[in-house]
Design a protein. Structure first.
Length: 145
């Protein structure tokens, strides 16, 4: 989500915040992400990953800092650094794709089970209520039920 904040990708922020909430991430941590350096709710590994994410996302302006990379090496294994770096590269690419293709913001429905278990059938299927009703009319008339 941090890369999406920096890049201004509303579609990805909408999607990942909904997924994070569905996976029981706290509202406080989501709201404090932009100010993670001052927030005590992020542990050492998360701080190192967030610093690396910012360096890679802003690489054309500031480069990839030796100090940030050294902290990364102290915190993650070489395989974890590669996986984290690839994830950061991927979300930066997705941000550019979503922004440039004008991905519609707000329609995403998380496929993860909501913690409240109160999602409506239309939310679980990623359909609006009218779309779900239309689907039900078409499909029940074919089956005769």
């Amino acid at each position: 989500m941090r890369a999406s904040q920096i890049n201004g990708c509303a579609y990805c922020l909408d999607m990942h915040s909904k997924d994070a909430r569905a996976l029981d991430e706290s509202e406080q941590r989501l709201h404090l992400l932009a100010a993670w350096r001052e927030a005590a709710c992020y542990d050492t590994r998360e701080q190192a990953a967030l610093a690396w994410c910012e360096d890679l996302t802003l690489i054309s302006k500031e480069g990839a800092s030796d100090a940030v990379y050294e902290k990364l090496e102290q915190t993650f294994s070489p395989d974890e650094i590669v996986a984290l770096t690839l994830a950061i590269v991927a979300i930066n690419g997705w941000n550019r794709l979503a922004i440039s293709m004008r991905a519609p913001v707000g329609a995403y429905v998380s496929r993860h089970r909501p913690p409240s278990n109160q999602a409506s059938p239309s939310e679980l299927l990623g359909l609006s209520a009218p779309q779900l009703a239309d689907w039900a009319r078409r499909n029940t008339s074919r089956t005769g039920r």
